[in-house]
Design a protein around this ligand. Structure first.
Ligand code: GLU
Length: 288
Protein backbone atom coordinates (compact mmCIF):
# COMPACT_ATOMS: atom_id res chain seq x y z
CA UNK A 1 0.00 0.00 0.00
CA UNK A 2 1.41 3.39 -1.04
CA UNK A 3 2.76 5.50 1.80
CA UNK A 4 1.03 3.41 4.49
CA UNK A 5 -2.11 5.60 4.24
CA UNK A 6 -5.52 4.24 5.16
CA UNK A 7 -7.31 2.81 2.14
CA UNK A 8 -10.87 4.02 1.94
CA UNK A 9 -13.00 2.66 -0.90
CA UNK A 10 -16.61 2.84 -1.97
CA UNK A 11 -19.22 0.93 -3.89
CA UNK A 12 -21.47 3.36 -5.78
CA UNK A 13 -24.47 1.64 -7.39
CA UNK A 14 -27.42 3.38 -9.03
CA UNK A 15 -30.82 2.13 -7.82
CA UNK A 16 -32.19 1.64 -11.33
CA UNK A 17 -32.59 -2.13 -11.08
CA UNK A 18 -31.67 -5.17 -9.02
CA UNK A 19 -28.01 -5.82 -8.25
CA UNK A 20 -26.59 -8.66 -10.33
CA UNK A 21 -23.45 -10.76 -10.24
CA UNK A 22 -21.38 -7.92 -11.71
CA UNK A 23 -22.36 -5.71 -8.77
CA UNK A 24 -21.52 -8.43 -6.27
CA UNK A 25 -18.08 -8.61 -7.85
CA UNK A 26 -17.62 -4.80 -7.85
CA UNK A 27 -18.76 -4.52 -4.22
CA UNK A 28 -16.59 -7.48 -3.18
CA UNK A 29 -13.50 -6.01 -4.86
CA UNK A 30 -14.07 -2.62 -3.22
CA UNK A 31 -14.65 -4.10 0.22
CA UNK A 32 -11.64 -6.40 -0.08
CA UNK A 33 -9.35 -3.46 -0.97
CA UNK A 34 -10.47 -1.30 1.97
CA UNK A 35 -8.89 -1.19 5.36
CA UNK A 36 -11.15 -2.26 8.22
CA UNK A 37 -14.16 0.00 8.55
CA UNK A 38 -13.23 2.07 5.50
CA UNK A 39 -15.65 0.59 2.96
CA UNK A 40 -18.32 3.15 2.06
CA UNK A 41 -21.54 2.88 0.13
CA UNK A 42 -22.93 5.65 -2.04
CA UNK A 43 -26.31 5.60 -3.74
CA UNK A 44 -25.95 7.29 -7.15
CA UNK A 45 -29.51 8.44 -7.71
CA UNK A 46 -29.21 11.75 -9.59
CA UNK A 47 -31.32 10.37 -12.42
CA UNK A 48 -34.60 10.71 -10.54
CA UNK A 49 -36.65 9.38 -13.46
CA UNK A 50 -34.86 6.01 -13.47
CA UNK A 51 -34.11 5.48 -9.76
CA UNK A 52 -36.64 3.75 -7.50
CA UNK A 53 -36.79 3.47 -3.67
CA UNK A 54 -37.49 -0.27 -3.90
CA UNK A 55 -34.21 -0.78 -5.76
CA UNK A 56 -32.36 1.23 -3.12
CA UNK A 57 -33.90 -0.96 -0.39
CA UNK A 58 -32.90 -4.07 -2.39
CA UNK A 59 -29.28 -2.82 -2.57
CA UNK A 60 -29.01 -2.74 1.24
CA UNK A 61 -30.70 -6.12 1.61
CA UNK A 62 -28.58 -7.85 -1.02
CA UNK A 63 -25.27 -6.43 0.25
CA UNK A 64 -26.21 -7.31 3.81
CA UNK A 65 -27.14 -10.87 2.79
CA UNK A 66 -23.77 -11.15 1.02
CA UNK A 67 -22.11 -10.36 4.36
CA UNK A 68 -20.74 -6.92 3.50
CA UNK A 69 -20.58 -4.16 6.10
CA UNK A 70 -20.30 -0.49 5.27
CA UNK A 71 -20.00 2.76 7.16
CA UNK A 72 -23.10 4.70 8.18
CA UNK A 73 -24.57 7.03 7.18
CA UNK A 74 -24.81 6.05 3.54
CA UNK A 75 -24.30 8.98 1.15
CA UNK A 76 -27.17 9.50 -1.25
CA UNK A 77 -26.53 11.77 -4.24
CA UNK A 78 -30.07 13.13 -4.32
CA UNK A 79 -29.29 14.74 -0.92
CA UNK A 80 -26.21 16.45 -2.31
CA UNK A 81 -27.57 18.93 -4.83
CA UNK A 82 -26.22 21.92 -2.87
CA UNK A 83 -22.70 20.50 -3.05
CA UNK A 84 -23.01 20.00 -6.83
CA UNK A 85 -24.37 23.55 -7.23
CA UNK A 86 -21.35 24.90 -5.32
CA UNK A 87 -18.94 22.89 -7.46
CA UNK A 88 -20.64 24.10 -10.65
CA UNK A 89 -20.30 27.69 -9.42
CA UNK A 90 -16.59 27.11 -8.82
CA UNK A 91 -16.25 25.91 -12.42
CA UNK A 92 -18.21 28.87 -13.84
CA UNK A 93 -15.22 30.52 -15.50
CA UNK A 94 -14.67 27.38 -17.61
CA UNK A 95 -18.35 26.67 -18.31
CA UNK A 96 -20.91 27.55 -20.94
CA UNK A 97 -24.56 26.76 -21.57
CA UNK A 98 -25.34 24.50 -24.50
CA UNK A 99 -28.70 24.14 -26.21
CA UNK A 100 -27.64 21.60 -28.84
CA UNK A 101 -29.77 18.47 -29.02
CA UNK A 102 -28.26 15.17 -30.06
CA UNK A 103 -29.50 15.68 -33.63
CA UNK A 104 -27.77 19.10 -33.85
CA UNK A 105 -24.49 17.59 -32.67
CA UNK A 106 -24.77 14.72 -35.14
CA UNK A 107 -25.49 17.13 -37.97
CA UNK A 108 -22.55 19.39 -37.05
CA UNK A 109 -20.20 16.42 -36.78
CA UNK A 110 -21.31 14.60 -39.90
CA UNK A 111 -20.58 17.52 -42.25
CA UNK A 112 -16.79 17.06 -42.26
CA UNK A 113 -16.87 13.36 -41.26
CA UNK A 114 -17.23 10.15 -43.20
CA UNK A 115 -18.52 7.04 -41.45
CA UNK A 116 -18.87 6.67 -37.68
CA UNK A 117 -19.12 9.88 -35.67
CA UNK A 118 -16.35 10.52 -33.16
CA UNK A 119 -17.37 9.59 -29.62
CA UNK A 120 -15.66 9.31 -26.26
CA UNK A 121 -16.57 8.41 -22.68
CA UNK A 122 -19.06 11.31 -22.51
CA UNK A 123 -20.72 10.56 -25.84
CA UNK A 124 -20.26 12.37 -29.16
CA UNK A 125 -17.28 14.74 -29.21
CA UNK A 126 -18.98 18.11 -28.93
CA UNK A 127 -18.16 20.34 -31.93
CA UNK A 128 -18.21 23.56 -29.86
CA UNK A 129 -21.26 25.22 -31.41
CA UNK A 130 -22.32 26.95 -28.14
CA UNK A 131 -18.84 27.53 -26.75
CA UNK A 132 -19.03 31.31 -27.24
CA UNK A 133 -22.19 31.64 -25.12
CA UNK A 134 -21.85 33.25 -21.67
CA UNK A 135 -23.31 31.48 -18.64
CA UNK A 136 -25.59 34.49 -18.09
CA UNK A 137 -27.37 33.40 -21.27
CA UNK A 138 -28.28 29.94 -19.83
CA UNK A 139 -31.89 28.85 -20.36
CA UNK A 140 -33.54 26.42 -17.91
CA UNK A 141 -33.29 23.45 -20.28
CA UNK A 142 -29.71 24.06 -21.43
CA UNK A 143 -26.97 21.69 -20.37
CA UNK A 144 -23.76 23.16 -18.91
CA UNK A 145 -20.52 22.11 -20.58
CA UNK A 146 -16.90 22.46 -19.57
CA UNK A 147 -14.67 24.40 -21.98
CA UNK A 148 -11.82 21.92 -21.77
CA UNK A 149 -9.24 24.05 -23.61
CA UNK A 150 -9.89 26.98 -21.28
CA UNK A 151 -9.71 24.65 -18.28
CA UNK A 152 -6.30 23.27 -19.30
CA UNK A 153 -5.06 26.82 -19.97
CA UNK A 154 -6.13 27.92 -16.49
CA UNK A 155 -4.36 24.95 -14.94
CA UNK A 156 -1.24 25.86 -16.90
CA UNK A 157 -0.51 22.26 -17.74
CA UNK A 158 -0.64 20.22 -20.89
CA UNK A 159 -1.22 16.77 -19.48
CA UNK A 160 -2.97 14.75 -16.77
CA UNK A 161 -1.99 11.58 -15.01
CA UNK A 162 -3.35 8.98 -12.64
CA UNK A 163 -2.20 5.66 -11.28
CA UNK A 164 -4.01 2.36 -11.44
CA UNK A 165 -2.76 -0.27 -9.02
CA UNK A 166 -3.88 -3.24 -11.09
CA UNK A 167 -3.68 -2.16 -14.72
CA UNK A 168 -0.18 -0.67 -14.59
CA UNK A 169 1.11 -0.52 -11.03
CA UNK A 170 4.64 0.67 -11.84
CA UNK A 171 3.84 3.63 -14.07
CA UNK A 172 1.21 6.40 -14.27
CA UNK A 173 -1.20 6.67 -17.18
CA UNK A 174 -0.82 9.94 -19.09
CA UNK A 175 -3.24 12.03 -21.14
CA UNK A 176 -2.28 15.15 -23.10
CA UNK A 177 -4.45 18.23 -23.49
CA UNK A 178 -4.66 17.74 -27.26
CA UNK A 179 -5.70 14.10 -26.95
CA UNK A 180 -8.35 15.03 -24.37
CA UNK A 181 -9.76 17.67 -26.74
CA UNK A 182 -9.73 15.21 -29.61
CA UNK A 183 -10.99 12.06 -27.89
CA UNK A 184 -13.24 13.37 -25.10
CA UNK A 185 -14.04 17.04 -25.81
CA UNK A 186 -16.21 19.48 -23.86
CA UNK A 187 -17.94 17.25 -21.32
CA UNK A 188 -21.29 17.87 -19.67
CA UNK A 189 -21.17 19.19 -16.10
CA UNK A 190 -24.90 19.54 -15.66
CA UNK A 191 -27.48 17.56 -17.62
CA UNK A 192 -30.82 18.92 -18.72
CA UNK A 193 -33.12 19.18 -15.70
CA UNK A 194 -30.64 17.38 -13.42
CA UNK A 195 -28.40 20.13 -11.98
CA UNK A 196 -25.34 17.89 -12.18
CA UNK A 197 -23.87 15.00 -14.15
CA UNK A 198 -22.40 11.61 -13.28
CA UNK A 199 -18.87 13.02 -13.70
CA UNK A 200 -19.34 16.09 -11.51
CA UNK A 201 -21.17 14.20 -8.75
CA UNK A 202 -18.71 11.36 -8.56
CA UNK A 203 -15.74 13.73 -8.25
CA UNK A 204 -17.40 15.95 -5.64
CA UNK A 205 -18.54 12.94 -3.60
CA UNK A 206 -15.30 10.96 -3.75
CA UNK A 207 -13.57 14.06 -2.37
CA UNK A 208 -16.27 14.64 0.29
CA UNK A 209 -16.05 11.01 1.40
CA UNK A 210 -12.25 11.09 1.48
CA UNK A 211 -11.98 8.15 -0.90
CA UNK A 212 -8.33 7.19 -1.43
CA UNK A 213 -8.90 4.22 -3.75
CA UNK A 214 -11.58 4.26 -6.44
CA UNK A 215 -12.45 0.71 -7.49
CA UNK A 216 -14.67 0.50 -10.52
CA UNK A 217 -15.19 -1.48 -13.73
CA UNK A 218 -12.73 -1.16 -16.58
CA UNK A 219 -15.60 0.16 -18.74
CA UNK A 220 -15.19 3.45 -16.84
CA UNK A 221 -11.43 3.71 -17.45
CA UNK A 222 -11.71 6.48 -20.06
CA UNK A 223 -14.12 8.45 -17.84
CA UNK A 224 -11.38 8.63 -15.24
CA UNK A 225 -9.62 11.30 -17.37
CA UNK A 226 -12.67 13.52 -16.98
CA UNK A 227 -12.58 12.97 -13.24
CA UNK A 228 -8.88 13.75 -12.95
CA UNK A 229 -9.39 17.03 -14.83
CA UNK A 230 -12.31 18.00 -12.58
CA UNK A 231 -10.31 17.08 -9.46
CA UNK A 232 -7.54 19.43 -10.57
CA UNK A 233 -9.94 22.27 -11.35
CA UNK A 234 -11.71 21.88 -7.99
CA UNK A 235 -8.47 21.48 -6.01
CA UNK A 236 -9.16 17.89 -4.90
CA UNK A 237 -6.53 15.18 -4.61
CA UNK A 238 -6.56 12.47 -7.29
CA UNK A 239 -7.13 9.10 -5.62
CA UNK A 240 -5.47 5.86 -6.64
CA UNK A 241 -7.55 3.80 -9.09
CA UNK A 242 -8.28 0.11 -9.40
CA UNK A 243 -10.19 -0.65 -12.60
CA UNK A 244 -11.38 -4.23 -12.40
CA UNK A 245 -12.53 -6.70 -15.03
CA UNK A 246 -16.21 -7.02 -15.80
CA UNK A 247 -18.32 -10.07 -15.14
CA UNK A 248 -19.72 -11.26 -18.46
CA UNK A 249 -22.39 -13.74 -19.50
CA UNK A 250 -21.67 -16.95 -21.40
CA UNK A 251 -21.71 -15.02 -24.71
CA UNK A 252 -19.15 -12.51 -23.40
CA UNK A 253 -21.61 -9.60 -23.06
CA UNK A 254 -21.50 -7.49 -19.90
CA UNK A 255 -24.38 -8.03 -17.52
CA UNK A 256 -27.23 -5.52 -17.56
CA UNK A 257 -29.66 -4.61 -14.81
CA UNK A 258 -32.60 -5.69 -16.97
CA UNK A 259 -31.14 -9.21 -17.06
CA UNK A 260 -32.95 -10.45 -13.97
CA UNK A 261 -31.75 -14.03 -14.40
CA UNK A 262 -28.41 -12.94 -12.98
CA UNK A 263 -29.87 -10.78 -10.23
CA UNK A 264 -28.46 -11.72 -6.84
CA UNK A 265 -31.92 -12.25 -5.38
CA UNK A 266 -33.05 -14.48 -8.24
CA UNK A 267 -30.06 -16.73 -7.65
CA UNK A 268 -30.67 -16.54 -3.90
CA UNK A 269 -34.30 -17.56 -4.30
CA UNK A 270 -33.14 -20.58 -6.30
CA UNK A 271 -31.30 -21.72 -3.15
CA UNK A 272 -27.82 -20.20 -3.45
CA UNK A 273 -25.84 -19.16 -0.38
CA UNK A 274 -23.59 -16.05 -0.26
CA UNK A 275 -20.51 -18.26 -0.69
CA UNK A 276 -22.00 -19.58 -3.96
CA UNK A 277 -22.33 -16.02 -5.28
CA UNK A 278 -18.72 -15.21 -4.37
CA UNK A 279 -17.56 -18.38 -6.08
CA UNK A 280 -19.60 -17.56 -9.20
CA UNK A 281 -17.73 -14.26 -9.58
CA UNK A 282 -14.35 -15.73 -8.73
CA UNK A 283 -13.87 -14.10 -5.33
CA UNK A 284 -13.14 -15.83 -2.07
CA UNK A 285 -16.20 -16.18 0.17
CA UNK A 286 -16.55 -12.99 2.18
CA UNK A 287 -15.19 -13.23 5.67
CA UNK A 288 -15.89 -9.98 7.50
N1 GLU B 1 -22.65 4.62 -10.31
C1 GLU B 1 -21.80 4.01 -11.28
C2 GLU B 1 -22.43 2.71 -11.75
O1 GLU B 1 -23.48 2.35 -11.31
C3 GLU B 1 -20.41 3.74 -10.77
C4 GLU B 1 -19.71 4.96 -10.38
C5 GLU B 1 -18.23 4.85 -10.16
O2 GLU B 1 -17.75 3.82 -9.69
O3 GLU B 1 -17.55 5.81 -10.42
O4 GLU B 1 -21.90 2.05 -12.59
Amino acid sequence: MAGGAIRRTRFAPSPTGLLHLGHAFAAGVAAAQADAGEFLLRIEDIDRARCKPEFEAAIYQDLDWLGLQWQQPVMRQSDRMDAYRDALARLAEFSYPCRCKRGDIRAALSAPQEGALPAGPDGLIYPGTCRHRPLSDAAPDDVIRLDVARAFDALGQSRLEFRDEVMRPAEAFLMTRDKFLDQIGDIILSRRGMGTSYHLSVVVDDAAQGITLVTRGEDLFESTWIHVLLQQLLGYPTPLYHHHRLIRDAEGARLAKRDNARAIRTIRKAGAQPADIWRMVGLRPWDP
